[in-house]
Write a protein that binds this ligand. Structure first.
Ligand SMILES: [Zn+2]
Ligand SMILES: [Zn+2]
Length: 224
C-alpha cells in the first residue's frame, strides 16, 4: 500500500506542512553537483555491510563520513528515472572495484559518494549513498521512511553480527518496481546511461589489482 509521509516546514526544501514529501534534494558536499529525487516514498531504505561498500568509502577517503560504527553504508534504492541532476553532472565520476564490480558513482569535485548501479540500465535501480542526500535536506527518514533492511551483515565490524533482516520487502520492492520498469520501458529513463547505447555516461575507472588489494587491506584493517 502506498504510504503518504507528512511534509515538514522547511523553507529551503520548499515543502509545506501536511503535504506528502514529493521530492528530496541531492547534493554533493561542495555543492557542485545538485539534483533531486522524485517520489522518495517509492524507495528502499537499507544498510549494507558488505566489504565492497566499505572499500568504496576507503577509496573515496570518506570512511568516517560514509560508514557507521559497524562499517555499514546507509543506502536508499530508487528508480533511476526518479533521479534528476540539475547541475554539475559533468563532475560525476564512476569507478569499479573490479572488472565485474558494481558501477560506483561519486562526485569527482569532493569525493562525495553518489550511488551504485549495475553495469547495465536494464535492471533499473540506483542505490544512493546517504551522504549525497543529507546536505540542505530534510531527515532521510522523513522522505524515504525508516531503514527496513540490513544486508550482508557478515561484513560488519565486531561480534555478534547484526541480523540480516527485511529482505522480504526488498525483494517485493524489486519485483514491483524494478521489474515493472524493465517491462514497461521506464528503465530507459536514467541520467546515468546513454539512451542510444545503454552505456554509462562516464567510462568507469577500474581499480588495478594493486589498488584493489590496497583498499581491501584497508577494509580488513578497519574491520578486523
Ligand atoms: Zn562536490
Ligand atoms: Zn554493499
Amino acid at each position: 500500500m502506498p504510504q503518504t509521509r507528512s511534509g515538514r516546514l522547511d523553507g529551503d526544501a520548499g515543502l509545506e506542512v501536511g503535504r506528502p514529501v514529493v521530492s528530496h534534494p541531492l547534493q554533493c558536499q561542495c555543492g557542485t553537483i545538485k539534483g533531486v529525487v522524485a517520489d522518495p516514498g517509492n524507495s528502499n531504505h537499507c544498510v549494507c555491510y558488505c566489504r565492497d561498500c566499505q572499500a568504496f568509502a576507503h577509496f573515496l577517503g570518506k570512511v568516517d563520513a560514509v560508514l557507521d560504527e559497524r562499517g555499514g553504508s546507509e543506502i536508499i534504492q530508487v528508480l533511476p528515472r526518479n533521479v534528476t541532476f540539475t547541475q554539475g553532472i559533468e563532475s560525476l565520476a564512476c569507478m569499479r572495484l573490479t572488472e565485474k564490480g558494481l558501477l560506483r558513482w561519486y562526485a569527482a569535485c569532493c569525493n562525495t559518494p553518489i550511488g551504485n548501479t549495475l553495469a547495465t540500465p536494464k535492471l533499473s535501480f540506483i542505490g544512493l549513498v546517504h551522504n549525497c542526500l543529507e546536505n540542505n535536506a530534510p531527515p532521510l527518514n522523513d522522505s524515504f521512511g525508516p531503514v527496513r533492511a540490513w544486508a550482508n551483515t557478515n561484513g560488519a565490524k565486531g561480534d555478534p553480527k547484526p541480523k540480516v533482516a527485511g529482505l522480504g520487502p526488498v525483494i517485493w520492492w524489486f519485483l514491483t518496481t524494478v521489474l515493472k520498469a524493465r517491462f514497461n520501458g521506464d528503465y530507459k529513463r536514467t541520467p546515468l546511461f546513454r539512451a542510444d547505447t545503454g552505456m554509462p555516461i562516464v567510462t568507469p575507472r577500474i581499480l588495478s589489482s594493486t589498488e584493489h588489494s590496497g583498499v581491501m587491506n584497508a577494509v580488513r584493517a578497519a574491520t578486523g
